[in-house]
Design a protein around this ligand. Structure first.
Ligand SMILES: Nc1ncnc2c1ncn2[C@@H]1O[C@H](COP(=O)(O)OP(=O)(O)O)[C@@H](O)[C@H]1O
Ligand SMILES: [Mg+2]
Length: 252
């Protein structure tokens, strides 16, 4: 059995045999507002302060200031963690939007996939350097959906996404990569990322009459005995909490 990495999310370890398999890539899939960013940040923050495992957050869609302010509401002081050299925030928003704009201006570069791919290769280099510098054990990439801007062509987009996931798998750290359902314009069961990743966790909001419920499901976790049930979770003062033994819709 592989070494388990505690998820830092109450209830989640129980669903996946004790934690994420060490050194593997887990895909976190869900629509906007389902709590992907919060869950990934919680994984990093608890990792730092409960497991002494340093972390790196690679943001493709949020600035550092915005991220720090947002996470502060859960009592997670990432600025302090950064000062203690336990955390690094990599702002890769330029990889997704601004460099796309630049390419429009400098047209030659945008002609080849190579030109577009370059910033991602650079990003992986930066990531590798930062991992070594703080001896990081956990990495988050949030979110692949932001690459939509960079690669409007669906084939190029898929290649970029697959490349990125493959490079992540080579890093030797335990990583969470978020994505939105359908951003590749594919059917759910045809998401190719899934063949490359070791685990897939789905987050969604369910509607039943006037009631909405947040529900999470572990769709795949290699090297683990998983509980594949769809179970409720909440987002509150302390972040995300999963309730593996509660019914999805409580009876009135
Ligand atoms: N302090 C909080 N208490 C409860 N819910 C919150 C709080 N802050 C944000 N949320 C909820 O979290 C969700 C956004 O989480 P986020 O991780 O940014 O989603 P995603 O990254 O999947 O788009 C929203 O639905 C919002 O209502
Ligand atoms: Mg988000």
């Amino acid at each position: 059995m592989s070494i388990r990495i505690s998820t830092g999310i109450p209830g989640l370890n129980d669903l996946i045999d004790g934690g994420f398999p060490e050194g593997r890539v887990i895909l976190v899939v869900g629509g906007p507002g389902t709590g992907k960013t919060i869950m990934c940040s919680q994984f990093l923050y608890r990792g730092i302060y409960e497991n002494h495992e340093n972390g790196i957050f690679v943001s493709l869609d949020e600035s550092k200031d915005h991220f720090y302010a947002e996470m502060q509401q859960f009592g997670w002081d990432f600025r302090k963690a950064e000062e203690e050299r336990k955390f690094v925030f990599i702002d890769a928003t330029r990889t997704s939007r601004v460099s796309k704009l630049k390419e429009k201006i400098f047209k030659e570069e945008s002609k080849s996939l190579r030109g577009k791919q370059l910033p991602i290769d650079k990003l992986m280099e930066t990531l590798q350097t930062k991992i070594s510098s703080i001896d990081a054990k956990r990495v988050v990439v949030d979110t692949l959906a932001a690459l939509v801007y960079r690669f409007p062509d669906s084939i190029e987009k898929r290649i970029a996404v697959l490349d990125l996931i493959e490079s992540m798998a080579d890093l030797g750290v335990t990583s969470l990569v978020t994505t939105e359902l359908g951003h590749l314009g594919l059917e759910r069961n045809a998401l190719e990322e899934e063949f490359l990743v070791h685990g897939v966790i789905m987050m969604q909001t369910l509607f039943s009459g006037a009631t909405t419920t947040r529900a999470i499901q572990v769709e795949k976790m290699r090297e683990a005995k998983v509980n594949p049930s769809l179970v409720p979770y909440s987002i509150g003062q302390n972040g995300i909490e999963i309730f593996p033994n509660m019914p999805l819709f409580s009876e009135k």
